[in-house]
Ligand binder design. Structure first.
Ligand code: GN1
Ligand code: MG
Length: 342
């Protein structure tokens, strides 16, 4: 289906003249729609219903969180545009589901941030978002992807993916590394199972390109709310660290290049705590050093699992891409552990 036709089913202003595909993001298909009035562009997304099977619950979460957060802090996240039928998304004749947001003008995003100032702002934006979420009525938020950041569940998925497979020596090496790291990361899982840290509503996908930085003003906009669910604040802190701590991309091929830069880690931490410090418990704060390694590990084993399962989950750019991502993220996990000295 053509984005220019799809958008006609939404309550839009002006006239859409063209579109371009947006390549970042591993899950959905996204387009920027250009309006004759350049101040009113839109972001159109085709929802990945292989992953998000319950679209109503997904969209209800997004709308509830966006309304809550934007009412407390305008433009802290994207504004959804409803359909002409007053629905949160549009189902086309091929059973694809689409949603539409206002495009944020004058903002930019970075897969990997270049400057310390940007990293601080990323941390601050995600920290502020955590704070705003802490006043949301959590009963109304659906658990759309059960077990999303559950270490044991993801590890079990990895083990299951190895059954009845021809495993190369190289993959075996990375499976062994994954097994070795699993135990080191268990303190966060223990704190969760012993209820030492509170369950909150969290974003769960706070990689750096999910925050937009205003080009001239000191304001940030958090995007990609589809994984907002009950979770732990360490996940949001940890994914920010994962994607800020090194200059390397998520799919760095040259593993020796993956190094942790102290000033980058400190900048994200300072930014995050400048907003979220007051809502966090000491038990959460003492586990912060393990949060980055945990998220790098979870991504590493999820990429490895998907590689073993035939690349069914993540969008890839070339054969073997998920294995490259897995090796890079498992290496990053180890480097972050070394850095934190745990
Ligand atoms: C996916 O959609 P995107 O690219 O923001 C994934 C995240 C991973 C991320 C890794 C629903 O996020 O969990 O952290 O890739 N989202 C889902 O880059 O699985
Ligand atoms: Mg996402």
């Amino acid at each position: 289906m053509n984005p220019l036709d799809i958008v006609q089913h939404f309550r839009i202003n002006g006239q859409i003249k063209s579109y371009e595909a947006i390549r970042s993001g591993h899950i959905n298909t996204s387009y920027r729609l250009f309006n004759l009035d350049p101040k009113s562009d839109y972001l159109l997304q085709k929802i990945n219903t292989t992953i998000f099977k319950d679209v109503d619950s997904l969209m209800s979460n997004i709308a509830m969180v966006a309304n809550h957060c934007n009412s407390l802090q305008p433009d802290i996240t994207l504004t959804l545009i409803s359909t002409i039928q007053d629905n949160l998304c549009f189902k086309d004749s091929e059973n694809n589901y689409w949603r539409l947001y206002k495009w944020m003008n004058e903002y930019e995003s970075f897969d990997t941030p270049n400057t310390i100032a940007h990293i601080f702002r990323g941390g601050r934006g995600f920290g502020k978002f955590s704070k705003l979420l802490s006043t949301l009525n959590s009963q109304k938020i659906n658990q759309t992807l059960p077990g999303f950041h559950d270490l044991k569940y993801r590890y079990q998925q990895l083990l299951n993916s190895t059954i009845q497979q021809d495993i190369t020596n190289e993959i075996n090496l990375w499976l062994a590394k994954s097994k070795g790291l699993y135990e080191i990361l268990s303190p966060i899982r223990d704190a969760i199972s012993k209820k030492k840290i509170p369950k909150r509503i969290t974003h769960n996908d706070t990689k750096f390109n999910n925050i937009l930085l205003h080009k001239t003003q000191e304001i940030e906009c958090v995007v990609d709310l589809e994984t907002v669910m009950p979770g732990y604040i360490l996940y949001d802190y940890g994914d920010g660290i994962r994607t800020s701590a090194t200059v390397c991309p998520e799919d760095e091929k040259v593993l020796e290049k993956i190094k942790i830069d102290k000033s980058r880690v400190e900048a994200f931490k300072e930014g995050f705590l400048s907003e979220a410090n007051d809502i966090m418990y000491n038990t959460e704060k003492t586990l912060l050093p393990l949060a980055g390694p945990l998220l790098a590990y979870l991504m590493g084993i999820r990429f490895l699992t998907d590689h073993m399962m035939g690349d069914k989950y993540y969008n890839i750019e070339y054969p073997g891409h998920n294995f490259i991502r897995a090796k890079s993220q498992l290496t990053l996990c180890q480097r972050l552990l070394d850095y934190e000295n745990v």
